[in-house]
Write a protein that binds this ligand. Sequence first.
Ligand SMILES: Cc1cc2nc3c(=O)[nH]c(=O)nc-3n(C[C@H](O)[C@H](O)[C@H](O)COP(=O)(O)OP(=O)(O)OC[C@H]3O[C@@H](n4cnc5c(N)ncnc54)[C@H](O)[C@@H]3O)c2cc1C
Length: 374
Amino acid sequence: MSQIGTGASWRGGDIPTRVDVVVVGAGITGAAVAHHLAHWGVSVLVLEQASQPSAGATGRSGGMVRAYDPDPAIAELAQLSLAAYRDAGRWTSGRAPLHSVGAVTVADPAEEAALREAAERINGALRTSAHVVAGHAEMAGARLAGGVALVEPAAGWVAPTEVTADWLEQAVADGAVIGCGMRVQGVEERGGRPEVLTDRGVVQAGAVVSAVGPWAAHPVPGLRPASPVRSRSIQVSIVERRPPASPHSTFVDLRTGLYAKPVGLDRTLIGMPHLVWDAPFDSQPDPAHAQATVSALTAHFPWLATAPYVSTVRAADAYGTPKEVEPVSGLLEATDVPHVWSVRSWNGGGVKTAPAAGHRIAAAVVADVCSDIR
Ligand SMILES: Cc1cc2nc3c(=O)[nH]c(=O)nc-3n(C[C@H](O)[C@H](O)[C@H](O)COP(=O)(O)OP(=O)(O)OC[C@H]3O[C@@H](n4cnc5c(N)ncnc54)[C@H](O)[C@@H]3O)c2cc1C
């Protein structure tokens, strides 16, 4: 067995050379998977190329979470995940990470019946008071501009870096090792199982989970998912919210893709789809898009027209339409190396699904690792 340096490990011990599962990427997805695996007694090594976790999309994310999504598969994960974000008992910090500022989802009036059904489903599952408002000019601080709104008072936002850190802390407490500053360069088959090649040495694994986010568009050898993934730019800006602007809930308009969320007491994060594909993850902010975002959202938040600008952040997420791969229900895709699984692309919604997705992915991977001894 070869030895491997400890690298800049994050609250971890020595880097093992043989583990049940290697998780590649310490974003919110990798952390969610690692925490469940470690909790179930699986030996886990998380390898992250950056010097600390949340270095990718997770560290730039707005973290808006709501139970509703037009895609039923995502809605199911989002609903379960919202329950987890509300449950203080699941977190090392002892407090639930959710900031329950409420969520308003605006849609075309033709969607009213579908939104009412969704509200009923959410309330049945979470015992909340989600409801639909039609014919209102404004709701929870946002103008609806002719749309109908699904209001979820129990939704809101989380800080994705805090969630990721909490899960990694739980994983380490359960025996996982986190190797930061360690880039995976490739994965090959050796004796029917994966061998992970890193810039610090080689690790033998029973299975590998690739949770590399936007980098899945240009994966290292052995981590290429079965269906194509592209990276798409996401750009958000922060502005000051001064009186008489009122506090508001999180906001998404499904007709346009415009969104906003409060950040602390006097700031608001705003965003609009930035349809730039395949740009490098660290591309410079696009000032014209930032200005267009302010103009477009003024229809919903008129005070934005004079709000002082604070900053703009640009990053990317992984976009694609994953194939259904049983028994893992579209959450994992096979690669060209046996027992190496690529997590589906989250299309800009990886935070609101992470708790439930992490649980399901971990369960599927445990089954895969155990297939060795059948
Ligand atoms: C500006 C912005 C706002 C967003 N807002 C929301 C929101 O409001 N709600 C929501 O639900 N979602 C939101 N998203 C989307 C969400 O943040 C992402 O879907 C989610 O963070 C993806 O997490 P991940 O762990 O899959 O990927 P990432 O966080 O990108 O993590 C992947 C990790 O893998 C590492 N890695 C890559 N290649 C290698 C390698 N070869 N070896 C080792 N490590 C490697 C990277 O360094 C990175 O740390 C937003 C995204 C952005 C960018």
